[in-house]
Design a protein around this ligand. Structure first.
Ligand code: NAD
Length: 297
């Protein structure tokens, strides 16, 4: 268990949204020895997350990254819930629900009613304004951005940003929380895409336009990018991990704010999503997958 001294300040934390990101973020918190509630409205998403987390932790034990006791403790630390009331006494709630301002804002409002005054709210949004999200909360000074990198259970980086309203105390607690869970915070301003998605969203859409224009096959684009640019993953492999439905939401949200034509969701992307080709989570995107395993297991 990667218990950090700071985890004493964080006794119970929650993640809202048990999808691609929320599942990985919950692992990072539980692995630090903090009681973690993973909340989703969809019970099937929680069942999937539970199986993926158990599988990932078993893989970590097999690879010698955790002892058997640490793996079991991390799994025991996670409670799976469809009841928002279970988040009442949390020190921190990390929100990782759909990239949709209305969905996120209405969740913040319901959390205002449920959570104690000590709870801080961190949004994992990739493109939306932390300041606008904070404005929907009755405790805007307790809201900040914490954008984890995919896959959160493997990558250490968290882009952290302050809303205009974020208090100094909330900001210090945000940085302390990220450190207590063994992650590395990098400060960014509250701007659409922060550092990474500012160029990743348009770059990924450019790649989809290349495929649509029949310039090259996805596997050849991935091979070219990895060979020439030294990236660990090709863009089509990464898009399949991000989720093609999420890429549509990210593109729409970023395009709405920046009006950058390269941020607009390409027609091929929309057609693939309409056909249920969502990437790893549905078993097929640009490539085919076993849906039960989390990356890095
Ligand atoms: N996928 C990525 O590569 C990536 C990377 C970094 C950040 N993000 C951000 O993380 C967030 C989640 O993205 P994702 O890819 O995990 O999405 P996802 O579609 O895989 O999962 C979203 C989950 O949220 C749940 N949900 C939706 N509305 C809810 C509500 N009101 N209350 C509780 N649960 C709710 C859904 O049931 C689903 O399980 C988005 O803001 C996205 O921008 C995504």
């Amino acid at each position: 268990m990667r218990a950090k001294e700071g985890c004493l300040l964080f006794r119970h934390c929650a993640v809202a949204g048990a999808g691609t990101m929320g599942t990985g973020i919950a692992i990072t918190i539980a692995r630090a020895g903090i009681a973690t509630t993973l909340f989703d409205l969809d019970a099937a998403a929680l069942d999937r997350a539970r199986a993926q987390i158990a599988d990932f932790l078993a893989g970590s034990v097999r690879k010698g990254r955790l002892t058997e006791a640490q793996g079991a403790q991390a799994l025991d630390a996670i409670r799976f819930s469809t009841d928002l009331a279970d988040l009442a006494d949390c020190d921190v709630v990390v929100e990782a629900v759909f990239e949709d301002l209305g969905v996120k804002q209405s969740l913040w409002q319901r959390l205002d009613d449920v959570c104690g005054a000590q709870t801080i709210f961190l949004s994992n949004t990739s493109t939306l304004s932390i300041t606008e999200l904070a404005a929907a909360s009755r405790r805007p000074e307790r809201v900040a951005g914490a954008h984890y990198c995919l896959p959160a259970q493997v990558m250490k980086l968290v882009e952290c940003s302050r809303a205009i309203q974020t208090s100094d105390e909330t900001w210090q607690r945000t940085l302390a929380f990220v450190a207590a869970t063994g992650q590395q915070a990098i400060e960014t301003r509250d701007r659409p895409g922060f550092i990474l998605n500012y160029f990743c969203i348009p770059y990924h859409n450019d790649v989809i336009h290349l495929i649509e224009a029949d310039v090259a096959e996805p596997a050849d684009i991935d091979r070219a990018v990895k060979a020439a640019m030294g990236f660990a993953m090709g863009p089509c492999e990464l898009l399949d991990m991000i989720g093609l439905d999420t890429q549509v939401r990210l593109s729409e949200a970023m395009h709405a704010v920046t009006n950058d034509p390269r941020a607009a969701a390409p027609p091929l992307l929309r057609r693939m999503v309409a056909a249920g080709l969502l990437g790893r989570k549905s078993g097929r995107g640009f490539y085919a997958y076993d849906t039960s395993a989390l990356y890095g297991a």
